[in-house]
Ligand binder design. Structure first.
Ligand code: C2E
Ligand code: MG
Ligand code: MG
Length: 590
């Protein structure tokens, strides 16, 4: 029932108005003065107030002022009732926020019309307000449960969808699976394309997933390039392998944006409920681990979860978390391994090798933690740090009057394709004051092959400013002569794999020999990596290899030890005298 409050000090006027309105079916309350009127309004929350202007103590204008200041009463329609139909009085009341004015004496129709038109207006306002409220609510709901870029459900809604997919009982032939999907090399693609096209790619991927899966799966975007799917159905009809295969095929088709053709592939990991996790979080973790396994095997693949993945992966997740803090906690160090001229016997350079001393586990092998860094954006920060540390150290050795050397720094593929790579390198080197020609960057063949054209352009610009480029681990990648020729290298590093077999394996000797000759014909300097014995050195010397690096001369050393080595008279021809003088941590494996 519509509630009306009448505030009026004249008892006769009050009684007649109340009778009239009650007869019309309104729920009427009354207050005989202004103060009481304000109290009643707060208690009763009427739908409309009729109030006399002229009252002793608190008059109608003050009642209105008081009500408009209170949030619970400020929107109640308010009609003044007065004998004083003076225009300025009316204006004052309207200014204060009255909705209408009735002068006494009024007719029944005057009163009822004023009330009903006010209530109708209020009703429209309420409806408008409610619909706005619903829109805001819908927006909030969307923001809370959906990913704004792709329009897909987010992690929160995914949880609901997962729970809905679970069967009430557990029928023997009902399957619920969670698939974790991540794009291969997304960071790199996104660095190359820039954020605008990277977003277009993510949207297109979402579109293709919907297109491939239709109604048979709930799809959600968890973060950046990571998506999750729930698939459920009877074990007879649900063919997960086939579904995953069609996802892979569909996602691998080229994406066309304006003039640009982009390729990507995905890795998928699959976990089953409840065997691989009875809670969503655990299930997702296991599906993710399986996805990482698929990626490790080259990507564009799917893998079903196997319990053996977990022990290793929990370890890796812990390590990854530790790595995020390693830099700020000073757990990272750069070691230096000398590179020695075979012809002259002296140290001519050093390779900077990153070391991580884990607070509990001691030294962790770079073979384990470098790929972890590369999976995240940390590679840029840490890569820059290695470069800066190594360059400033070598500069300080130069200034201390030690024999001049060049420094070789390893660079991962993720770094060279980053748009700021060139400017970062030149800025860092300049800040340290090291002459650019004393710096060599080491890249592996596989790093260059992702984007041959881009890589080539980057290398040429580095060389144009005087930085040297080395091809690292030569022989373990795609190693083709024609491709070697198109890149502007200065140095070729023969991988340890060939060197360690030189004595026993005629094939390794033949490859090493051919590599040295071929490199020389391309005017490249040749360094043999991982030289451990005198006989390996003899072979290399005989075949004109330029430099060696390896335990035979020295292990990688912490900066202080390396400095001493540089200051010492150690040379290739007096190795025995000083061999193994320095302690060196041997990295733990996980
Ligand atoms: P790499 O660039 O080929 O470095 C040479 C590796 O061979 C080093 O392993 C070095 O300690 C090891 N080594 C040197 N001489 C001998 C030897 O006579 N015998 C044996 N058995 N090993 C020898 P390390 O330090 O474990 O590094 C492994 C890889 O990690 C490096 O291979 C490089 O690819 C990567 N890495 C190291 N530091 C960095 C870095 O700062 N940035 C990047 N992106 N990668 C790095
Ligand atoms: Mg290297
Ligand atoms: Mg190497």
């Amino acid at each position: 029932m519509t509630k009306i409050l009448i505030i009026e000090d004249d008892k006769t006027v009050m009684a007649s108005a109340r009778d009239l309105l009650e007869a019309e079916g309104y729920d009427v309350s009354t207050a005989e003065n202004g103060r009481r009127g304000v109290e009643m309004a707060r208690q009763v929350r009427p739908d409309l107030i009729i109030c006399d202007v002229m009252m002793p103590e608190v008059d109608g204008h003050h009642v209105l002022m008081a009500l408009r200041e209170l949030s619970e009463t400020n929107a109640i329609p308010f009609i003044f009732l007065t004998a004083k139909a003076d225009k300025s009085d009316i204006r004052q009341g309207m200014k204060l926020g009255a909705d209408d004015y009735l002068t006494k004496p009024y007719t029944r129709m005057d009163l009822l019309d004023a009330i009903s038109s006010r209530l109708a207006k209020q009703n429209t306002l309420n409806q408008h307000f409610n619909s706005q409220l619903r829109q805001v609510e819908a927006r909030l709901h969307y923001a809370l449960y959906y990913d704004t870029l792709t329009g897909l459900p987010n992690r929160l809604l995914f949880r609901d969808q997962f729970l809905k997919a679970l069967p009430a009982q557990s029928p023997a032939d009902w399957v619920v699976a969670v698939v974790y999907l991540s794009l291969d090399r997304y960071n790199q693609i996104s660095n190359n394309l820039g954020p605008e096209y990277a977003n277009l790619l993510l949207k297109a991927v979402a579109g293709r997933l919907k297109e491939t899966l239709g109604e048979q799966a709930s799809i959600s975007r968890l973060q950046t390039d990571e998506f999750a799917l729930v698939l459920s159905g009877s074990s007879v009809t649900l063919n997960l392998a086939q579904t995953c295969q069609s996802i892979l095929v569909n996602l691998a088709q080229p994406y066309n944006f304006d003039q640009l053709e982009v390729y990507t592939t995905a890795s998928l990991g699959i976990g089953f409920y409840p065997d691989d996790g009875s809670e969503l979080e655990g299930l997702l973790d296991n599906a993710r681990v399986s996805m990482l396994q698929a990626r490790k095997q080259g990507g564009n693949k799917f893998e079903f979860y196997q319990p053996s993945y977990s022990t290793r992966s929990i370890d890796l997740v812990k390590l990854e978390t530790g790595l995020r803090h390693a830099l700020e906690r000073n757990e990272l160090e750069v070691y230096y391994q000398p590179q020695v001229s075979i012809q002259h016997g002296n140290i001519v350079g050093a390779e900077a090798l990153l070391r991580w001393k884990h607070p509990e586990r001691g030294y962790i092998s770079p073979a384990i933690f470098i790929p972890l860094i590369e999976e995240t954006a940390l590679i840029h920060e840490i890569g820059d740090w290695v470069l800066k540390t190594a360059c400033s150290k070598v500069k300080s050795w130069q200034e201390a009057g030690l024999p001049p050397i060049h420094i070789a720094v390893n660079v991962s593929s993720h770094q060279i394709y980053h748009p700021n790579f060139l400017s970062n390198v030149s800025r860092i080197v300049q800040e340290t004051g090291l002459p650019l020609q004393n710096l060599e960057l080491e890249l592996t063949e596989s790093a260059l092959l992702h984007e041959v054209v881009t890589a080539n352009a980057v290398l040429r610009r580095l060389r144009a400013v005087g930085i040297q480029i080395a091809i690292d681990d030569f022989g373990t990648g795609y190693s083709s002569l024609s491709y070697l020729k198109q890149f502007p290298f200065d140095t070729l590093k023969i991988d340890r794999l060939f060197i360690q077999n030189i004595g026993q394996d005629p094939e390794s000797s033949a490859i090493t020999l051919a590599t040295i000759q071929m490199a020389h014909s391309l005017n490249l300097k040749v360094i043999a990596e991982g030289v451990e014995t005198e006989s390996e050195l003899d072979f290399l010397r005989k075949h004109d290899c330029d430099e060696i690096q390896g335990y035979y001369f020295s292990r990688p050393l912490p900066e202080g030890e390396f400095e001493k080595l540089l200051a010492s008279s150690k040379r290739l021809d007096n190795v025995e005298a000083t061999v193994n003088t320095f302690d060196n941590p041997s990295p733990a494996t996980v």
